[in-house]
Design a protein around this ligand. Structure first.
Ligand SMILES: [Zn+2]
Length: 175
């Protein structure tokens, strides 16, 4: 997947509504050196409204990204969903794309807009802060059983260290 697949050549496009559909996978995330995701399957439906004076893009994001579970550290496909709007105005100077998520300014000299960075940002914004394996029919997260067992052992070990009075004595001991 090449980065220029996401370039909108708006000067050559007719005024009105245009629809674009992308089926993104790991090769999209590989375009971003700093990407926190390596794999995923994300459908992005973009509606572009083009006029002489402004551009408006609507992004519908739906799919999964592979993340590390907060609980067991195992990788799993986390469902994501989001809707975002990007309003583009024309001005004297092109704005920094990192400055705002929903509004940018393009200078009158520009003729094209690369949406790749915006799509990536919107995918990141669609990912919930809490990332835990989905809950199964037993009402518990479907965590990797091996990893969960290891974590429980580690937690139990930590508790022993915290409550064992010998450690308190050692802590008070002045070397
Ligand atoms: Zn898990």
């Amino acid at each position: 997947m090449a980065k220029n697949n996401f370039v909108v050549d708006y000067k050559t496009m007719s005024a009105g509504r245009h629809e674009m559909k992308y089926h993104l996978d790991g090769s999209f995330f590989a375009l971003f050196a700093e990407s926190e995701f390596q794999n995923g399957k994300v459908d992005v439906d973009i509606t572009a409204n083009i006029s002489e004076f402004a551009l408006k893009f609507e992004f519908d994001i739906k799919g999964t990204v592979e993340v590390e579970c907060d609980r067991c550290l195992g990788l799993f496909d986390l469902p994501i969903e989001g809707y975002f709007e990007l309003n583009v105005k024309f001005g004297d100077q092109t704005s920094d794309p990192a400055e705002a998520d929903d509004e940018i300014v393009l200078s009158h000299e520009e003729t094209k807009l690369d949406l790749a960075h915006h799509i990536y940002e919107y995918i990141v914004l669609s990912v919930p802060a809490r990332r835990v394996h989905p809950v199964g029919i037993d009402g518990l997260p479907q965590c990797d059983p091996d990893m969960s067992a290891t974590l429980e052992v580690l937690e139990a070990h930590d508790n022993v260290l915290e409550t064992d009075p010998r450690w308190d004595q050692l802590r008070n001991y002045e070397f």
